[in-house]
Design a protein around this ligand. Structure first.
Ligand code: 0WD
Ligand code: CA
Length: 402
């Protein structure tokens, strides 16, 4: 095997299982030339209301506001309205895909998913701890990805330790301290004197749906955007990602171990923001007891240079090349396998389309991914007794597959 060639494909054709191996992440100085990536263009935005209704408005859009030094991130912890954990369904995004302003692009797309899923795919070459599984469908020339969440995993998420739960809350509290419902900070009456802009309700989210291109693949990606720049910095929300701001909290850095850990985290920050075209990331460094001690703004495009040459450095080009190969590999192998065994797998009543097949991608840290076709029982588990073709709502499937 020629290692330097990147991923390798092993076809175990008969049982429809394919494997893709990672490229080496230590390159001895040379960086692969990455596939072109097009700056994301926003097609539409939408909001989830406090009662988790999706609407095509900007009601959940927030503006960046400087959070006060020393802000207590456990403030109003007991008033947190916590959205229950849910399976990684694409439903909200698919609603946007059917919107008249998006639908023509939906028909041209080759990949449709949440930004969080795409981040997992792209950062996989450097992930050494957590594996993941995706459900994949290939409908009318587009790959759909949803995170595969088992009942067990859902329960695990729901039963967070109190400590974990508090730390998760710190992130949301930071969002409240660092945003405002109004664009100007000078006459802002919507925040408390301590900078608090309202109690945390994790039902509320503002999402942007963008189109972009990685190599030859047209991507349609949706993701949550924390806020946009306010008028006080003479930049106005343009309906495009160029004023988006991502907010993060992290423990203050007190030594080399902390620093290395933070630099590793920057890979995820980088791709998460990069994929939606978010140009700025504001990190609130907090004390162990949850007070904002320091603020630092990072320009997304400058992050790779910041870690270059460091001990645990990452190279975004490795991730982009990997992503391109992963998507191309999936597309071509699913197309091929489907054509080899047309309509042999169970198909729902009234739906006779190979697009109804569901594939399972399993990622094992340090190893790579494998892909297999789900059998009847697997598809049933994915459907979860709901009115779906695979994991797509039946009505959605019908609208895009005709
Ligand atoms: O696989 C995913 N990314 C999933 C996303 C699985 C299931 C649902 N979703 C939802 C998200 O909750 C959101 O409504 O899809 C929408 C867009 O997600 P995304 O932007 O792709 O999600 P991601 O990039 O993973 O996370 C963005 C933010 C997080 O910010 P930080 O700074 O922590 O990365 O979404 C929030 C969180 O603030 N978030 C959640 N909030 C409540 N419950 C959750 C959750 N389970 N997951 C992410
Ligand atoms: Ca955030």
């Amino acid at each position: 095997r020629r290692k330097e060639d990147g991923p390798h494909v092993h076809s175990k054709g008969l049982n429809s299982c394919l494997e893709l191996e990672f490229p080496p992440t230590s390159l001895g100085g040379s960086s692969p030339s990455p596939p072109p990536f097009q700056y994301p263009f926003q097609l539409i935005s939408f909001s989830y209301t406090p009662t988790r209704e999706l609407e095509f408005t900007d009601s959940a859009l927030r503006y960046y506001a400087i959070p006060p030094h020393g802000a207590d991130l456990s403030f109003r912890y007991d008033s947190w309205i916590k959205r229950p954990e849910e399976r990684g369904r694409l439903d909200g995004l698919l609603e946007a895909c059917l919107h008249e302003r998006v639908f023509p692009e939906t028909r041209r797309a080759n990949v449709i998913s949440w930004r969080g899923v795409m981040t997992k795919i792209l950062t996989a070459p450097y992930e050494d701890r957590d594996g993941w599984e995706l459900n994949v469908m290939n409908v009318a020339d587009a790959l759909y990805f949803e995170e595969h969440t088992t009942e067990g995993k859902l329960k695990e998420k729901e039963s967070m330790t109190p400590r974990n739960r508090l730390q998760t809350y710190y992130g949301y509290a930071f969002e409240s301290f660092a945003t405002s419902a109004t664009p100007s900070t000078s006459d802002d009456t919507s925040r408390l004197p301590n900078g608090w802009s309202g109690d945390v309700n994790t039902n509320v989210q503002w999402c942007s749906v963008v189109k972009t291109k990685l190599g030859k693949m047209r991507l349609l990606v949706g993701g949550e955007v924390d806020c946009v720049k306010g008028m006080s910095c003479n930049k106005k929300y343009t309906g495009q990602p160029n004023t988006f701001v991502e907010l993060k909290t992290s423990m203050t850095i007190r030594g080399q171990t902390d620093e290395a850990r933070f630099e590793k985290k920057l890979l995820k920050f980088y791709f998460q923001s990069f994929l939606l075209g978010v140009p700025e990331i504001v990190v609130g460094f907090r004390t162990p007891s949850g007070r904002i001690a320091d603020l630092q703004t990072f320009k997304t495009i400058e992050l790779p240079r910041l870690v270059r040459g460091k001990k645990d450095a990452w190279d975004p080009n490795i991730c982009l090349s990997w992503g391109d190969r992963f998507l191309t590999f999936l597309k071509t192998s699913i197309d091929e396998l489907r054509d080899q065994e047309p309509n042999e797998t169970p198909i729902q009543e009234g739906i006779s389309d190979a697009g109804a097949h569901v594939w399972r991608v399993s990622f094992k840290p340090g190893k790579g991914v494998d892909v297999r076709l789900l059998d009847d029982a697997g598809v049933q588990e994915v459907q979860n007794g709901e009115d779906r073709v695979g994991f797509l709502p039946t009505s959605y499937f019908r609208k895009v597959s005709k």
